[in-house]
Design a protein around this ligand. Structure first.
Ligand code: MG
Length: 386
C-alpha cells in the first residue's frame, strides 16, 4: 500500500488526483490533504478518504473545520497556516507527496518533502521554473524521485524511462495552441471570457490564461530542461491541435519515441503515483480511427512573445526564469481582475525581465529575492498604467 499526501486537494489537479486514487484504493492510501481555504470540498474528501491529517492555509477556515470535525466525531489532525502543508509533506511513513498548489506558493512544501526524503509528484511547474536546479540537486542528494504530473513531461518521462539521457538528441513538446492559435483578429481585443475557454483541457484559471498566451508552453520548456537535465536548445515546441500525442523524445540514432492517449490528466497522475508499476485505469482508450489524422505545425514566436521570452529566460539562466515566472503570475492576476489587456501580459513580463540584473547565484535565497523583486516591479508597472 502506497501512502500519499495531496497538497492543493480542492483544485483541478487535486480533485482529479483523488478521483484517480479512489479507483486505486486497494493500492494507494491518502494520508494527508491540504487546501488553501475551500473547506467545503475538503469535508467531502475527509469523509471519503479518511486521511489522518489535513491542513487549511486560512486560519479562520481551519477553525471552522476543527469545529465541524468535533461535532461530527471525526478524528483527524487539523493544521493551519502556510506551515501546515509543510508539516504534511514531512510526515514519516509517507511515500509520495503530490504537489498541486498553484504558483510559487508550492515551493516551500516541495522542499520540505524532498528534505524529508519523500518522492514528489509535481504538478507545480512554477517552483521548477523558479528554483529547478536547486530542487533537482536536493532531490538527487536525498535520493528521491521527481515525478512529473504535467501531461507533456509525463510523456517525456515515459519515453525515456529506459534510455540514457546522454543519448537524447532533442525533446519535442507538443502544444494544442490554446484558444488563439488560429485567431485572426487583433490580440489586444481578446477578452477575459474568450481567454478562459480552452479547446481541449479543463484546468484552473491561471494555467488556462498561460495556455492562451502560450506562456504555459514556455514554462513547460524550462520545466523539461530542468527535469530531464537537457539544455533548452535541445527542447523543441511543436503545435499539435489534436492533443493526443503528448510529447516525444528523439534519440541520436534518429529514433523518435512518443506517448499517446486521450487528453486526460488522470493518466499522468496515476502513472506518477504507481511508477514504476502500471495499473488498469478508467481513461477512455484512444481510438486512432476516430482521431483520423495527427497534425503538426511550427509555433509562431512573433504572435506569441511569451515563447520567445521563455527561451531567453532559460538561456540567461540563474535568476531570470524566476523573474519571468513571478512577473507572469502578477500580470495574469491583473488580467483576471480585468486591470490590463491580454497583450499587456507579455509586455509586463518583458519589461520586468529587461529591468532585471541577473544574480549569478544558485542559492534558494537568490531565487526568492528575484521572485519578490519581480512581483514588486511588475505590480508597479501595472499601477502606473505600464
Ligand atoms: Mg501541460
Amino acid at each position: 500500500m502506497k501512502k500519499i499526501v495531496v497538497l492543493g486537494s480542492s483544485g483541478s489537479i487535486g480533485t482529479q488526483t483523488l478521483d484517480t486514487v479512489y479507483n486505486m484504493r486497494d493500492n494507494v492510501r491518502v494520508e494527508g490533504l491540504a487546501v488553501d481555504s475551500n473547506i467545503e470540498i475538503l469535508k467531502l474528501q475527509i469523509k471519503k478518504f479518511k486521511p489522518s491529517m489535513v491542513s487549511v492555509n486560512d486560519y479562520v477556515k481551519s477553525r471552522d473545520l476543527k469545529k465541524w470535525c468535533a461535532s461530527n466525531n471525526i478524528k483527524v489532525n487539523v493544521y493551519s497556516g502556510p506551515s501546515g502543508a509543510e508539516k504534511l509533506a514531512e510526515t514519516p511513513g509517507v511515500d509520495t507527496v503530490l504537489i498541486a498548489i498553484v504558483g510559487t506558493a508550492g515551493l516551500k512544501s516541495t522542499l520540505a518533502a524532498v528534505k524529508s526524503r519523500k518522492n514528489i509528484a509535481i504538478a507545480n511547474k512554477e517552483s521548477l521554473v523558479m528554483a529547478g536546479s536547486y530542487i533537482m540537486k536536493l532531490a538527487s542528494e536525498n535520493d528521491v524521485s521527481v515525478l512529473p504530473i504535467d501531461s507533456e513531461h509525463s510523456a517525456v518521462f515515459q519515453c525515456c524511462a529506459n534510455e540514457k539521457k546522454s543519448q537524447i538528441k532533442k525533446i519535442i513538446l507538443t502544444a494544442s495552441g490554446g484558444p488563439f492559435y488560429r485567431y485572426n483578429k487583433k490580440f489586444s481585443q481578446i477578452t477575459l471570457e474568450q481567454a478562459l475557454k480552452h479547446p481541449t483541457w479543463k484546468m484552473g484559471k491561471k494555467i488556462t490564461i498561460d495556455s492562451a498566451t502560450l506562456m504555459n508552453k514556455g514554462l513547460e520548456a524550462i520545466e523539461a530542461s530542468v527535469l530531464f537535465g537537457v539544455p533548452i536548445e535541445k527542447i523543441e515546441i511543436i503545435m499539435h491541435p489534436q492533443s493526443v500525442l503528448h510529447s516525444m523524445v528523439e534519440y541520436i540514432d534518429g529514433s523518435i519515441i512518443a506517448q499517446l492517449s486521450n487528453p486526460d490528466m488522470r493518466l499522468s497522475i496515476q502513472y506518477a503515483l504507481t511508477y514504476p508499476e502500471r495499473l488498469p485505469s478508467r481513461i477512455r482508450p484512444l481510438n486512432l480511427y476516430d482521431v483520423g489524422k495527427l497534425e503538426f505545425f511550427k509555433p509562431d514566436f512573433n504572435r506569441f512573445p511569451c515563447l520567445r521570452l521563455s527561451y531567453y529566460a532559460a538561456k540567461r539562466g540563474f535568476t531570470m526564469p524566476s523573474v519571468m515566472n513571478a512577473a507572469n503570475e502578477v500580470a495574469v492576476g491583473a488580467f483576471l481582475d480585468k486591470e490590463i489587456k491580454f497583450t499587456n501580459i507579455a509586455e509586463i513580463v518583458e519589461k520586468t525581465m529587461n529591468a532585471h540584473t541577473v544574480s549569478k547565484s544558485v542559492s534558494l535565497n537568490s531565487f526568492i529575492e528575484a521572485d519578490s523583486w519581480a512581483r514588486f516591479y511588475a505590480k508597479k508597472l501595472i499601477d502606473k498604467g505600464m
